[in-house]
Design a protein around this ligand. Structure first.
Ligand code: SF4
Length: 665
């Protein structure tokens, strides 16, 4: 049987599923999605441990002990749904719909399990709306502001590039299918540049590595832009024909010499000079901009500046030339077509500030939280506030989840959720440009249900169902696949190929096959809408304050063991914080030492790993860790402030500034 991976990863692998008596026997990649080339990552290859493991939630559970005690009793679906429906109904009646907040993020990128029937339910309740900002909010605003939702260079086309720049992106951990493509391109003579504070695996063999300080991408990108303009390497033909506001971009970059930017970024200016020379001299050149860039106070402007570079240099128009960020803009499908209910204008709550919203709300107090496809205790900034918020006695929390996460332990009612192999799903890649239609392949475990069934049933119990609502999963699927008016052709393609492509095909060439989806079809290099969002304007560098008390930047990059926090229960043992040899020596730390990382927001106790691949002044503790992975049950997010990025209200995970010292033995 075939399926596809809808997890939060750019690649969207197509899968072969071996099943016996409804149980998963094995999972491997197939070639229906040509980009993923028949192989998958180890995280999903071992998914049976997740599906059938001891942490799997098998029945609805109702809290039976004090909040956060982890004590639950089993309940039937009827009882659990009655509790949820009656409690939400009572809260809505007493405090209004906006006192209810849905909370979902990234546990599934499927069209059927996010933004469809759930949207119908919460819209009809008049619930508050969630601003989904953990990832891709600043970069999404930047990419949309500059280029509309134009897809960038298709990842398979990197094989044609002669210069590949990985900026804030580590494909060895996430989005692994780019690795063999880069390898092939390099065998064909391509050069590789990596911009990252760590010497990630691909940086070890790269032609150039820029180990810039976290959060300094903006001055570095502006300095590159300034140099391109000042040294006669701007492509005026391209700028004149395909862009506007390039003079304003030039003016805003003017103060950033290579030397000044290198000083801010903590690297030798000669490295930036090498970068510019290589970039100017090499065609086709592509910049793969990752999501590491956006995770700081000026991450939106930083992303915008990076994406502007290929326009200034005129690198588009050839296969393998330009940039790639997210390619989700290739699709115009709308999950909300299943909702059969227009969007409301209720209060918005930024998920990156969920702790603050629970403790000190702007507007109505939140009395009920419904968490699905998310584990905010592990993934939200300001972890102490989040924990305190979830522990509020007057907060009613429902968690629809597959395994017993840190968040589920704080719930009042837990509802067991299916994994993607147990329910029907439609999903698309945001790296590889492909759409999958995947029926369930294995039997449901325990009493697990997909959220589209749960929300439809809650609508029914709360009298929120309306005539015309798509109810059956076939109706939901039809509503999504036909939501852009091209459903017939898409269904035919799915039948024929097992996957579907957008009308521009799987490999659209930017500025040849596809153009910026801005009103004038030009790239806007300093768009007024973005400008208005930032005090001081777009491209204003306002770094997080460095203090002598907290001199180290803590970053929380993706690991090769989890997808954000998904599969965290399978990661054994304490996970170490990585530190450079110089910083370790100064603090008398060694590999295996026990240490405390701290700042004014909290403290994490962890083991230490001295790693020469990380630059001085930077610590790394992976994102998505669970409480059990550190010595005191707190993870990197306990040290992350909840201020937001300059665009899109994004979380600033890389703005944590900390100190580290040995724990007394
Ligand atoms: S997480 Fe990514 S690489 Fe792994 S199976 Fe899913 S799509 Fe493929």
């Amino acid at each position: 049987m075939t399926s596809a991976c809808p997890l939060d990863c750019p690649d969207a692998c197509s899968l072969d599923v071996q099943v016996e008596d409804g149980r998963l026997v094995s999972l491997q990649g197939n070639h229906k999605n040509p980009f993923t080339q028949g192989f998958i990552c180890g995280k999903v290859r071992d998914i049976r441990e997740h599906i059938e493991g001891p942490d799997r939630i098998l029945t609805p559970l109702v809290r039976s002990g004090p909040k956060g005690s982890g004590q639950f009793r089993r309940a039937g679906w009827d009882e659990a749904l009655d509790i949820v429906a009656n409690t939400l109904g009572g809260i809505r009646h007493a405090h209004g719909g906006e006192s209810i907040l849905p909370f979902c993020y990234g546990g599934s990128n499927g069209y059927l399990t996010q933004g469809g029937v759930d949207a119908r339910f919460f819209r009809r309740l008049g619930a508050s709306r969630l601003l989904r900002t953990f990832c891709a909010a600043p970069s999404g605003r930047a990419a949309t502001g500059l280029y509309g939702r134009m897809p960038g260079v298709a990842l398979p086309d990197f094989v044609h590039s002669k210069l590949i720049v990985l900026w804030g992106m580590n494909p060895s951990s996430s989005g692994i299918h780019l690795v063999p493509i880069i390898k092939e391109a390099r065998e064909n003579g391509a050069k590789l540049v990596v911009v990252d504070p760590r010497r990630i695996p691909l940086a070890r063999s790269a032609d150039l590595h820029l180990p810039i300080r976290p959060g300094t991408d903006l001055p570095v990108a502006l300095a590159i832009i300034r140099t391109l303009f000042e040294e006669g390497h701007a492509n005026w033909d391209f700028l004149g024909k395909h862009t506007v506001e390039h003079e304003e971009l030039r003016r805003r970059a003017a103060a950033w010499t290579l030397e000044r930017a290198a000083g801010v970024a903590g690297i030798n200016a000669g490295l930036l000079r090498e970068f510019v020379d290589l970039y100017v001299a090499t065609n086709p050149a592509v910049i793969r901009c990752g999501w590491g860039v956006e995770r700081s106070r000026t991450g939106g402007s930083g992303t915008a500046a990076i994406l502007a570079i290929p326009s200034v240099a005129g690198k588009f128009g050839v296969r393998g030339g330009g940039y790639t960020m997210s390619n989700s803009g290739a699709w115009k499908l709308d999950a909300a077509a299943q909702a059969n209910e227009p969007e409301t204008r209720t209060r918005e709550v930024n998920m990156s500030q969920i702790g603050e919203a629970l403790l000190n709300p702007q507007g109505p107090r939140i009395h009920a939280l419904f968490v699905y496809n998310a584990n905010p205790l592990a993934t939200a900034p300001a972890q102490e506030k989040v924990r305190q918020g979830f522990l509020r006695e007057d907060l009613f929390t429902v968690v629809h989840e597959q395994v017993m996460t840190d968040t589920a332990k704080l719930a009042d009612v837990i509802l067991p959720a299916t994994t993607f192999l147990e329910h029907d799903e439609i999903s698309r890649g945001y790296g590889g440009i492909v759409l999958h239609d995947s029926p369930a392949t294995i039997a449901r475990i325990g009493e697990a249900r997909p959220n589209y069934e749960v929300f439809a049933e809650l609508c029914r119990r709360m009298d929120l169902t309306k005539p015309g609502d798509p109810l059956d999963v076939r109706d939901l699927r039809h509503a999504v696949l036909h939501s852009d008016g091209h459903g017939g052709a898409r269904e035919a393609q799915l039948r024929e190929l097992g996957v579907a492509y957008p009308s521009v095909g799987p490999n659209p060439l930017p500025f040849v096959d596809s153009f910026p989806l801005t009103p004038d079809r030009k790239a806007h290099l300093c768009p007024p809408a973005l400008d208005a969002e930032i005090p001081g304007g777009l491209y204003t560098y306002a770094p997080v304050a460095e203090t002598p008390r907290y001199p180290l930047a803590l970053i929380s990059p993706a690991s090769s063991q989890t997808i954000s926090s998904t599969f965290g229960q399978l990661v054994k043992g304490p996970v170490p914080v990585e530190i450079s040899p110089t910083d370790a020596a100064t603090r008398k730390l060694r590999t295996g030492s026990r240490a405390r990382l701290f700042n004014d927001h909290g403290e994490v106790q962890a083991t230490v790993e001295v790693n020469p691949e990380i630059r001085e002044g930077v610590l790394a503790l992976p994102k998505g860790l669970w409480a059990k992975h550190t010595l005191n049950g707190r993870t990197a997010n306990a040290l992350v402030p909840d201020h937001v990025a300059d665009l899109g209200g994004g979380a600033c995970y890389n703005d944590a500034r900390v100190e580290i010292e040995a724990l007394p033995s």
